[in-house]
Design a protein around this ligand. Sequence first.
Ligand SMILES: [Zn+2]
Length: 226
Amino acid sequence: MSTSAFGYIVLLGAPGAGKGTQAERLESDLGLPHIATGDLFRAALKQQTELGKLAQSYMDRGVLVPDDVTIAMVRERFTQPDAAKGAILDGFPRTVDQATALDAMLQERGAGVTLAPYIKVTTETLLSRLAGRWVCRRCGGVYHMLYNPPAREGVCDSCGGELYQRSDDTPATQLHRIEVYLSETAPLIEFYRDRGLLAEVDGEQNIDGVYRDLLERVRRATQRPS
Ligand SMILES: [Zn+2]
């Protein structure tokens, strides 16, 4: 039986929660495009689009790309025909401001966020998964020695940049990053909970278990006629 899914899914989860892997599986099962902000940045850098150059100017200075640049990139991505029926958003929105911008963007298309699944993982589990991460010095692409190794050791697949493990990447600094993420994301989780859109998924299970739960929630939400 083939059914087509409709809807905009906002995947939430801390670094190490396995969002990217789950989003790719949803993409192939639901036929909705996986839109990851990390990929949008890397593509824009590679193609040297105006937004790409703008984003790069911030990255080169080592500062966060501002919300309006990120929002513009997502808006541009939404104009492509494959996103007309929906999308799986990964890494966006990251803040309540971005979530509000997303609502406005979708409203223009007569749509809205369909579901915000939150893959919930304990800090201990996140820490053990984060050991083994390598980051591209140039584009910020993230690799993992076990789960997502680059084709050539120490070299970024996307841009050829040098991969590094931060020398200050101790469990304490990782813990700090997770805490920063959780404190940034907490208001976002409340934002979607208040709207009745949050769906918590137990991320402590293995990848298949998480996916089974996630798919069930997403299917129920996206196949409802709307
Ligand atoms: Zn790179």
